[in-house]
Design a protein around this ligand. Structure first.
Ligand code: HEC
Length: 100
């Protein structure tokens, strides 16, 4: 009997957690609906064009520091991209421009 009560409580808590999480799915932001390339055109290219990332002026040397640097620009311009969006842009720039 005790075990049954325990199971009921555990399943109720799990149910609440799962239901709660479903309720908690973040609404897509504007940046999330765009491809990395479009995010860049819309929010980033007013300061540096895509060609900057394949020029000799670039400083970033690894995918990790690319993520960090995009994070810095992201907060500097108040864009508020999620980690997922930052990674998406980093993967795009890393693959097509930095060639990591
Ligand atoms: C208000 C202007 C501004 C905007 C908008 C901006 N950045 Fe930057 N970004 C800078 C400046 C300034 C630097 C430093 C340039 C330097 O080191 O000479 C920089 C550097 C970078 C670098 C490092 C390049 C390298 O290899 O040296 C990356 C990557 C980058 N930005 C990505 C982004 C992305 C992605 C966005 C859009 C989400 C963005 N930036 C938006 C100003 C901006």
């Amino acid at each position: 009997m005790k075990n049954l009560t325990k199971s009921v409580i555990i399943f109720s808590i799990l149910g609440i957690l799962i239901y709660g999480c479903k309720q908690d799915v973040p609404k897509p932001t504007k940046a999330k609906e765009l491809t990395a390339n479009k995010i860049h055109t819309k929010y980033c290219s007013r300061c540096h064009s895509l060609s900057f990332y394949s020029s000799s002026d670039r400083k970033v040397k690894s995918l990790d520091s690319l993520v960090t640097r995009i994070g810095t620009c992201n907060s500097k311009i108040g864009l508020d991209m999620s980690e997922e969006e930052i990674t998406k842009v980093a993967n795009f720039l890393g693959k097509d421009y930095y060639k990591f």
